[in-house]
Design a protein around this ligand. Structure first.
Ligand code: ARG
Length: 482
């Protein structure tokens, strides 16, 4: 079982002692403790059930710290060499699944250090010189969130690629554009897909911004007040890929802004995915039939044989709640905390892990659905004939050809729509006599302007849906995002 899969603090894994004999005091701080914690204390205090996911980052941080201690003459080179080789062995055990995580050792930091001591003995006791678990956990967690940001950006890029590939084939595929989910004006399927490409592009830039601000190294801030040892914080910062060390030791161990920024960006992204998922659900419905999802992304009903349900899209729509909930829960955990570290901050990890797992799953599922979906071009075209999508075009024609003020043209068009509605036909089905009864100056020349294709082709403003613009937009999106 890998570090990521082991169940959390369930009764079976907590190893909470049940006998009456008091447990022994901790090896890490047992000096002033006569006995160990109550079983329930151990259970509430331990984070190993989830922070084992920081194992790689913890080991990388400790290796950088040990190398720096030796370089600065704080520990011997021989001790540093033993520590670094030992940490590699610990990592190999964790990777192989043979490492035993112990609840009584509380968290990943002490689990790794205790195992290191078992493996290499004496030198392991020198590793914790000039640092504390407070700067250690801040460093580990930043490294983890930084990796999560990089993975998320890669996932979003793949999703954008799928959208752009599909858009490229559908710049001429007419569909109704909606406001209030009421048919509004003609657009193309490509134009609609590219709207999401923009949204995911902004998500990527939010993650990128968060990464820039995150990238300062807390290591060496120690418990809260730095250390008297002649450490080199620039060296460890560089070794771990940070731009610089954090500037204030108190802030460094108190700050979880990086996690909150990650969760904020993740929440906005999950909201975007949820909106897209909702559209997929709508498009798949028998009332719309704009797209079809294959068996790969749908499920059947146990009772209604005709059903093909878009479950994956529905789940993406719902899972945004977990991500937004994670942001909320960490904001609440952090508000009102005095400087510097408080144990409340141990509650930072699970929301971030949960949000990251959820977001990665949702992004991958959406990419899968985009690659899977079969657009129903005739159904979209047919839908564009309903709902008077060309009403604005009639008003625009009156403005252009008759020099009518737009407000008046709007009113005239409204009367034409009413006449067509009464006869249950479209605007182009009204005879010239019928149109002239509303506005005598209307001529035959109005009809070509009212075709849906003409309407779409005419919307050539920058950022608009005319096929010429959207072809350019597809190319530009490839250059900007892929
Ligand atoms: N497991 C702790 C956490 O995740 C590590 C830091 C503990 N520091 C302390 N002073 N008790 O926050």
């Amino acid at each position: 079982m890998s570090a990521d899969q082991t169940p959390q603090n369930s009764a079976a894994t907590t190893g909470v002692p049940t006998g009456s004999a008091a447990p022994a005091a901790s090896q890490m701080w047992g000096g002033r403790f006569a006995r160990g914690p109550a079983a329930i204390m151990e259970k509430i205090n331990a984070s190993i059930g989830f922070d084992k996911r920081l194992a790689d980052q913890d080991i990388a941080g400790s290796k950088a710290h040990a190398a720096m201690l030796a370089k600065q003459g704080i520990i011997s080179q021989a001790d540093a060499d033993a520590i670094i080789a030992g940490l590699d062995r610990v990592k190999a055990e964790i990777d192989a699944g043979s490492f035993t995580f112990k609840v009584e050792l509380e968290d990943i930091h002490m689990n790794v250090e205790a195992r290191l001591a078992e493996l290499i003995g004496e030198p392991a006791k020198r590793l914790h010189t000039g640092r504390s678990r407070n700067d250690q956990v801040a460093t580990d967690f930043k490294l983890w969130v930084r990796d999560a940001i990089d993975r998320t950006i890669a996932g979003l890029t793949a999703l954008q690629a799928a959208l752009i590939d599909l858009a490229e084939q559908h710049t001429g595929t007419v569909m109704p554009g909606f406001t209030h989910l009421q048919a509004a004006q003609p657009i193309s399927f490509a134009h609609h897909l590219l709207a999401y490409v923009e949204m995911f592009g902004r998500d990527r830039s939010r993650f990128r911004d968060a990464r820039c601000r995150l990238n300062e190294c807390p290591l060496g801030s120690a418990a809260l007040a730095g250390t008297p040892y002649p450490i080199d914080r620039f060296m460890t910062a560089e070794a771990l890929g940070f731009n610089r060390p954090t500037a204030n030791s108190l802030d460094a161990v108190s700050d979880r802004d990086f996690a909150l920024e990650y969760l904020s960006a993740a929440s906005i992204c999950a909201m975007h995915l949820s909106r897209f998922a909702e559209e997929i659900v709508i498009w798949c419905s028998a009332q719309f039939r704009f797209i079809k999802l294959s068996d790969a992304f749908t499920t059947g009903s146990s009772i209604m044989p005709q059903k093909k349900n878009p479950d994956a899209a529905e789940l993406v729509r719902a899972k945004a709640g977990r991500v937004i909930g994670s942001l909320n829960s960490l904001l609440i955990a952090m508000k009102g905390l005095p400087l510097a570290y408080s144990k409340d901050m141990q509650e930072d990890k699970e929301p971030v892990f949960e949000a990251d797992d959820t977001l990665a799953l949702c992004i991958a599922a959406m990419e899968g659905m985009v690659r899977d979906m079969q657009p129903n071009v005739p159904a979209m075209r047919e839908a564009a004939d309903r709902g008077f999508l060309n009403a604005t075009d009639l008003a625009d024609w009156l403005v252009r050809e008759l020099d009518m003020p737009f407000r008046e043209a709007h009113h005239v068009t409204g009367r034409a729509v009413k006449a067509a509605e009464d006869r249950r036909v479209g605007l182009t089905d009204l005879s010239l006599a019928e149109l002239q009864a509303i506005e005598p100056r209307i001529t035959e020349a109005v009809y070509p302007a009212l075709s849906i294709e003409a309407s779409l082709n005419s919307r050539t403003s920058f950022g608009g849906p005319a096929p010429v613009r959207v072809q350019e937009a597809v190319k530009a999106a490839r250059e900007r995002f892929l």
